[in-house]
Design a protein around this ligand. Structure first.
Ligand code: HEC
Length: 185
């Protein structure tokens, strides 16, 4: 009786083992199909797609910033502050203005490893990019250094007054989700 039970148990284990292997194999095939590489890194096509997206987004967001800065006068500083604050809504993680010089909202400080490294590079005038996993999801991350390039900067950021126009004061940081299907025909 014991023997029979043992045999049945062995069979059960074998079956469970086979099912687990089957599921893993199916997962690997499906992953390859959708462009994930083994080891979890997204495919180079999916990364390149996110990078091209970041080029478009950089142009759009920089154009919006330049527009807002060009419209700023000593009379409309408060309105401009509100407008920029709404565009760079703190709830939107896809685009952030990051710096360590005030007028700082706490939210504008670097928030993670990428932002700290990118800000350090930006203050030297260097752009920075990375492919980064955040809570299990992959992102193409990019930082565009910002210098004190217009006299209007100091109308809103009074502490930028007196800094040379070539001085780097922070960065625009973008984050584009990388999806396996992106970049596939
Ligand atoms: C009309 C007002 C206004 C003008 C002009 C302006 N900014 Fe800002 N800036 C803001 C506001 C408001 C924020 C905070 C946005 C937010 O909520 O994240 C900000 C945030 C920033 C940050 C992020 C952290 C920090 O230091 O507060 C940087 C860096 C920055 N701006 C750089 C610049 C530069 C460089 C210029 C000129 C080329 C400029 N800004 C012009 C209003 C302005």
């Amino acid at each position: 009786m014991r023997r029979i039970n043992k045999r049945l148990n062995d069979k059960k284990h074998l079956l469970v083992g086979l099912i687990v292997i089957g599921v893993l194999a199916l997962g690997a095939v499906a992953g390859a199909q959708y462009g994930w590489k083994p080891g979890g890194m997204p495919s180079s096509e999916a990364i390149a797609f996110a990078e091209r997206t970041s080029d478009l987004m950089t142009n759009t967001v920089v154009a919006a910033l330049v527009q807002e800065i060009n419209e700023t006068t000593p009379e409309n500083v408060q309105e401009g502050n509100l407008s920029i604050g709404l565009i760079f809504d703190d709830r939107n993680p896809s685009m952030r203005l990051v710096g360590t010089l005030g007028p700082l909202r706490q939210n504008d400080r670097p928030r993670d490893g990428f932002e700290r490294d990118a800000l350090a590079a930006a203050l030297e005038g260097e752009p920075y990019t990375d492919v980064d996993r955040i809570r299990g999801r992959w992102f193409y991350r990019r930082s565009i250094p910002l210098s004190n390039f217009a006299p209007q900067c100091a109308l809103c950021h009074t502490n930028f007054a007196g800094l040379p126009s070539t001085e780097y004061v922070g960065a625009l940081m973008l984050r584009i989700p990388i999806r396996p299907r992106y970049g596939r025909p």
